[in-house]
Design a protein around this ligand. Structure first.
Ligand SMILES: Cc1cc2nc3c(=O)[nH]c(=O)nc-3n(C[C@H](O)[C@H](O)[C@H](O)COP(=O)(O)OP(=O)(O)OC[C@H]3O[C@@H](n4cnc5c(N)ncnc54)[C@H](O)[C@@H]3O)c2cc1C
Length: 325
């Protein structure tokens, strides 16, 4: 049966897009080669942190700030639409440590894009930065889509070919549709030779349990960060590795991350209870969100790199507007 839109890749980006399209009464099929929300959107820490991630002005810098602004209402609407599913969203603020002259200069530049900050004696405080549990967001998106009764989720089926009006999947079946949205994260450009490159940037994360409230604002120093969920679960990360799709969790990397984290928070347990990896969807520059040059009615939505959780609301809005206009 023909559907209105096939979304290729059911991470937080694809699921957010599917939800917005379904709210417009479009029939959507989300196809994932693995599990819905099983890749980067499962691995991601969930910092909503323009303060720590956005350094200069530009379209996506402003979209990141806008997406953070949208987040409280996005989560509220999603909780309601999913029948009350809890989403662990909290404005915690973030403290950035490092060389103060550099941090001060960065904070001044960030003010021009609307990122508020307070310069303290040994760190910069970003009061608006927040955290969310991306796994909660994806679970709620799936439930909200299911409740609208016009979204079909297909798991463990890889899309092998994309053309205007049709998507081929691995068992040689074809899904006919008016639009295709490609949100296949780090794998996206494998499917579309003429699209801007997407590639994996591996990151290791580790986790601990502590008393809720023990950590306070997000702690950041360079690319090392520590945050706590409202349950008490503490996450620390993350490495930045250009090693392709290598899923190894390296014990030496885990040990190094643990030592760095324990040095910042000596009250942490003596060893993490979890360690995992994920593949950030890298791109050469900004996220790739726009029409595909190689085929009509194929829309690209990938390459959100370190900020895909942050940018999900704004990207979903953009794609929905493009497809429904
Ligand atoms: C260690 C780490 C920490 C991070 N921390 C943060 C953070 O604090 N804040 C933040 O905003 N972002 C963070 N990110 C980045 C964020 O997780 C990603 O940008 C975001 O999850 C990307 O979502 P996505 O839906 O584009 O990709 P994904 O979640 O990777 O989803 C893509 C989906 O496409 C599917 N797919 C691929 N190829 C095919 C195919 N051929 N057919 C069908 N399906 C296919 C995959 O199976 C996958 O499920 C982090 C990432 C990592 C790895």
């Amino acid at each position: 049966m023909k559907t209105d839109v096939v979304v290729v890749g059911g991470g937080i980006i694809g699921c957010s897009i599917a939800w917005r399209l379904a709210q417009q009464k479009l029939r959507v099929t989300v196809v994932d080669q693995g599990k819905i929300g099983g890749e980067s959107s499962w691995a991601g820490a969930g910092m909503l942190a323009p303060g720590g991630e956005i350094f200069g002005d530009g379209t996506w810098a402003r979209r990141g700030v806008e997406s953070l602004r949208l987040y409280p209402a996005f989560c509220e609407e999603l909780t309601e639409a999913s029948g009350g599913m809890a989403i662990d969203f909290k404005v915690t603020g973030a403290r950035e440590f490092g060389e103060m002259a550099t941090l001060r200069e960065r904070a001044e530049a960030q003010a021009t894009v609307g990122i508020a900050s307070v310069v303290e004696h040994d760190h910069v405080l970003y009061p608006d930065d927040a955290v969310v549990n991306p796994r909660d967001v994806v679970a709620a998106l799936r439930e909200a889509c299911t409740r609208l009764e016009c979204v079909t989720f297909v798991e463990d089926v890889a899309v092998t070919e994309i053309a205007t009006g049709a998507v081929s999947v691995q068992d040689a079946a074809t899904l006919e549709c008016d639009w295709v949205v490609v949100s296949a994260g780090a794998w996206s450009s494998r499917l579309l030779p003429e699209a801007p490159a997407a590639f994996p940037v591996k990151g290791h994360l580790i986790g601990y349990w502590m008393e809720p409230g023990a950590i306070g604002p997000i702690y950041r120093k360079g690319h090392h960060y520590v945050l706590q969920r409202q349950s008490g679960y503490v996450l620390a990360g993350a490495t930045t590795e250009h090693v392709g799709f290598d899923r190894t969790v390296d014990p030496h990397t885990v040990e190094a991350l643990h030592k760095e984290t324990k040095a910042a928070f000596p009250d942490l347990p003596d060893w993490p209870i979890d360690s995992w990896i994920g593949f950030r969807p890298g791109s050469h520059g900004d996220p790739v969100v726009g029409p595909y040059a190689g085929a009509e009615r194929v829309y690209l939505a990938y390459g959100h790199y370190r900020n895909g959780i942050l940018n999900a609301p704004v990207t979903a809005r953009m794609v929905c507007e493009a497809v429904t206009s």
